[in-house]
Design a protein around this ligand. Structure first.
Ligand code: HEM
Length: 239
């Protein structure tokens, strides 16, 4: 096995790490959206039960979180390295924009990967501070599900989305997620050397489909929560 340090040193190795970490993040984002679909319910029981189940994984959850943090870090570092080394070498950014079959992927998404990626990084830092490291049981954010006391994560989310500026911030960020994903999905296969001219088009189409599905799936959560819960909180109706 090639040591990870060696991979970081070569251009090809960095591209490989960028593509592999990108695809691992795709898996996380799909699972994250599936979990977050529980927010499309009328009360917080579904998301609070889901979060309590995750918490019950104990050390397993910590291992998963550390793995996720490492994957995100590898993706960011290699993406920055690849972008700036290819910019210095030639005026084409991020991954190769052409396949051997001459299938050009020069779109608004492909030309702005580093910009959309950096916006997502800012989103992610704020998002994790708000929801992962937000108010806990000790801060009074506790409720009961089937008689068992659990962390009231729903209240954290609903209070956040009671502010229209946070709704706008999340909606805007999800548009950036869609654009980043649209090219990133195809580009990851390209970076891993898994594309041939025959597969390029279907993979790009799948990336586009998933990008729209994920962006729309996430994007309506803040709007939905605001419309059923957040607006009531904003008006001082509960909590
Ligand atoms: C409307 C969109 C989103 C909502 C409502 C949402 C909701 C949440 C919630 C409630 C948590 C806390 C989970 C817990 O503590 O058990 C969380 C954590 C997290 N979210 Fe999101 N999320 C959204 C979009 C995203 C996107 C697009 C990404 C990635 C680009 C993302 C990445 C993360 C990460 C990395 C964590 C921390 C996971 C952990 O450490 O357990 N989220 N999110």
């Amino acid at each position: 096995m090639v040591p990870i340090k060696q991979l970081f040193k070569s251009t090809l190795g960095r591209k490989y790490l960028m593509g592999a970490s990108g695809l691992a993040l795709v898996l996380f984002i799909v699972i994250h959206l599936l979990g977050n679909l529980t927010l499309y319910s009328k009360n917080g029981d579904a998301i609070n039960t889901y979060a309590a189940k995750l918490e019950s994984l104990g050390v397993g959850l910590i291992v998963l979180e550390v793995g996720l943090a490492a994957t995100i870090l590898i993706h960011i570092l290699t993406a920055i390295q690849v972008t700036f080394s290819s910019k210095a070498a030639r005026p084409v950014v991020y991954a190769e924009l052409k396949t051997k079959g001459g299938n050009t992927k020069n779109t608004i998404s492909s030309r702005n990967m580093i910009v959309t990626g950096l916006v997502l990084l800012v989103f992610l830092v704020i998002h994790i501070i708000q929801f992962r490291f937000g108010p806990e049981i000790e801060d009074g954010y506790v409720t009961t599900v089937s008689g068992v006391p659990v962390h009231d994560l729903y209240r954290v989310v609903a209070e956040t989305f009671s502010h229209l500026y946070w709704v706008a911030f999340y909606v805007g960020s999800m548009v950036f997620l869609g654009f980043h994903f649209r090219h990133g999905f195809w580009s990851a296969f390209q970076s891993l050397g898994l594309l041939n001219p025959r597969w390029s088009k279907p993979i790009y189409a799948l990336g586009l489909f998933l990008a729209v599905l994920l962006a729309v799936g996430f994007l309506f959560i803040p709007i939905y929560v605001y419309s059923i819960q957040g607006s009531a909180l904003a008006a001082g109706g509960s909590q």
